[in-house]
Design a protein around this ligand. Structure first.
Ligand code: 7TS
Length: 415
C-alpha cells in the first residue's frame, strides 16, 4: 500500500478537526483534497507569472503561455494520448461531454440513429445526450445492469446494431464502484461502426488509463477529482475527429480569421478553447499530475483495491447495512455505497459528520441508477491516496454510532 501517513503531510486540510474530531475525508468521488504542491503552484502563478496567454509578447505572457501549454503535454502523457493537439481544456468533465455532444453529435446524428449509454451513467453523461437526441431525432438506448451493479454484457449484441452511432459509457461508476470493460466495449462498438466516448471522471484519477490501449475515440475527465483545482476538465478525442468537428463555443482565441458575417477556425486544440481559459488552475493541475505520477498510478490503484476490500469486509459485518455494487474489491473502484435499514442516508451522513467522517448522501447525480437499485438515495464513502485502514475503522464505528443514535428514540417510544 502507499505510505498514506507520509502523503497526508502534503495535505494541510487533512489535519483539520471537524466537530472536535479528526477529519476523516471519505468524499473523494465528489472531489479530492489538494496537496501543498498544487496550492503553492496557484500562489506562485498569481504572484509571479500572471498574464493572459497566447496573445501577449511580453515576458509574463510568454511564461504563462509556456506553463499552460506544458500542462497540455503533461495531460496527454498522463493518458497516453498520441499528441497534445488532441487535449482540450474545459471547465470539468461535464463540459467536456457537452462539448463532444454538441460539436460531434449535432453534426453527425440524425433520426433513426442510436446513442447507446448504460443504466449506471452520471447525469453528465446522460442529460447532454437527451438534449442531442431531442435536437437530432436520434434515440437513446441503455445497456442494462445486474442487481449487483455490473453491465449485462451478454446483452450487448442486442443493443449494438448498425444503427448505433455512439457508445457513451462510464469507465467507473461513481455510485457502485463498478469498473466497466471499456476496451472490450470499444472493440465491439467499432465492429458496428460506432464511436466510443468514455466518461473517465472516476477512472482517470484512480487507475492507469491509456486511451490508445482502450481504443476509445474520446475521453472526458475532471482535474478536481485527481488532486487538481476545480474549474478544469479535459476532453481528449482523436485528432481526426477533432479536425472534422465545428467549434462548440465561439469567441476570442478560437478563430483564424473573422469577417463581419463569417469566420474561419483556429487549429486544434485552440479551436475548442474560446475566451480566456482557466490559466492558473490548469497550471496547478500540472502539479497534481506530477504528484500522481510520482506515486505511480499502479500503486494508486493497488492502495484503493486494498482499502476497498477492507471497507467491504468491515461494512459487510454491520447488521442492517446494505452494500451496493460488486462484492469483490479487486474488480471495483473505491466508491462504496450503502444504506442502513430504516434510516435515511441524509440522517446517516449527518451523524457521520458529527463524528468527523465526511461522506456523500443522496442520489449522486445518478437518478435512473437509484431507481434501478430501488432506492431514493444512498450514503457513499469513497477513498483516495491519503486514506488509511484506520479511517475505514472510524467509518464503521461512526456507522454503528448512527445506528445506536437512531435506535434510542425508537426504543423509548415502544416503552
Ligand atoms: N462522471 C462521473 C462518473 C462522475 O462521477 C462525475 C462527478 C462526473 C461525470 C461529473 O464531473 P464534474 O467534475 O463535471 O462535476 N461525480 C460526482 C459525485 O459522484 N459526487 O459529486 C460529483
Amino acid at each position: 500500500m502507499l505510505d498514506a501517513q507520509k502523503i497526508r503531510h502534503d495535505f494541510p486540510i487533512l489535519s483539520r478537526q471537524i466537530n472536535g474530531k479528526p477529519l476523516t475525508y471519505l468524499d473523494n468521488a465528489a472531489t479530492t483534497q489538494k496537496p501543498r504542491q498544487v496550492l503553492e503552484a496557484l500562489t506562485r502563478y498569481y504572484s509571479q507569472s500572471n498574464a493572459n496567454i497566447h496573445r501577449g509578447i511580453h515576458t509574463l505572457a510568454e511564461e504563462a503561455t509556456a506553463a499552460y501549454e506544458a500542462v497540455r503535454e503533461h495531460a496527454a502523457r498522463f493518458i497516453h494520448a498520441p499528441s497534445s493537439r488532441s487535449i482540450i481544456f474545459t471547465r470539468n468533465a461535464t463540459e467536456a461531454t457537452n462539448l463532444f455532444a454538441n460539436a460531434w453529435g449535432r453534426a453527425n446524428l440524425k433520426a433513426g440513429d442510436q446513442i447507446l449509454l448504460s443504466e449506471m451513467e452520471h447525469h453528465s453523461n446522460l442529460v447532454p445526450w437527451q438534449l442531442i437526441a431531442k435536437a437530432t431525432g436520434a434515440s437513446l438506448a441503455f445497456i442494462p445492469i445486474t442487481d449487483d451493479g455490473r453491465l449485462r454484457l451478454e446483452e450487448l449484441s442486442r443493443w449494438l446494431t448498425p444503427r448505433t452511432k455512439l457508445v457513451a459509457i462510464t469507465q467507473m461508476s461513481n455510485v457502485l464502484g463498478t469498473i466497466n470493460p471499456v476496451q472490450e466495449i470499444a472493440a465491439r462498438a467499432h465492429a458496428v461502426g460506432a464511436l466510443v466516448l468514455i466518461d473517465g471522471a472516476q477512472s482517470v484519477p484512480h487507475l492507469p488509463v491509456d486511451v490508445q490501449r482502450l481504443g476509445c475515440d474520446a475521453l472526458a475527465f475532471s482535474a478536481h477529482k485527481m488532486l487538481g483545482p476545480t474549474g478544469v476538465g479535459v476532453l481528449w478525442a482523436r485528432e481526426t475527429l477533432l479536425e472534422s468537428m465545428d467549434p462548440f463555443l465561439g469567441g476570442g482565441e478560437m478563430i483564424s480569421d473573422v469577417q463581419l458575417t463569417s469566420s474561419t477556425w483556429n487549429e486544434i486544440p485552440w479551436k475548442f478553447e474560446a475566451g480566456t481559459p482557466n490559466i492558473a488552475d490548469v497550471i496547478a493541475f500540472g502539479e497534481a499530475l506530477a504528484y500522481l505520477e510520482r506515486l505511480g498510478m499502479e500503486q494508486v490503484r493497488a492502495h484503493e483495491v486494498e482499502l476497498t476490500r477492507y471497507a467491504l469486509e468491515q461494512l459487510g459485518r454491520i447488521e442492517g447495512l446494505t452494500l451496493y455494487g460488486p462484492s469483490d474489491g479487486a474488480v471495483r473502484g473505491g466508491a462504496v455505497s450503502f444504506n442502513l435499514d430504516g434510516l435515511h442516508p441524509h440522517d446517516v451522513g449527518t451523524v457521520l459528520d458529527a463524528e468527523g467522517v465526511a461522506v456523500r448522501a443522496g442520489h449522486h447525480c445518478a437518478k435512473p441508477l437509484m431507481r434501478r437499485l430501488g432506492v431514493a438515495a444512498t450514503a457513499r464513502a469513497s477513498f483516495y491516496i491519503y486514506n488509511t485502514k484506520d479511517e475505514v475503522d472510524r467509518l464503521a464505528e461512526a456507522i454503528r454510532a448512527a445506528q445506536a443514535f437512531f435506535a434510542r428514540p425508537a426504543r423509548a417510544a415502544v416503552k
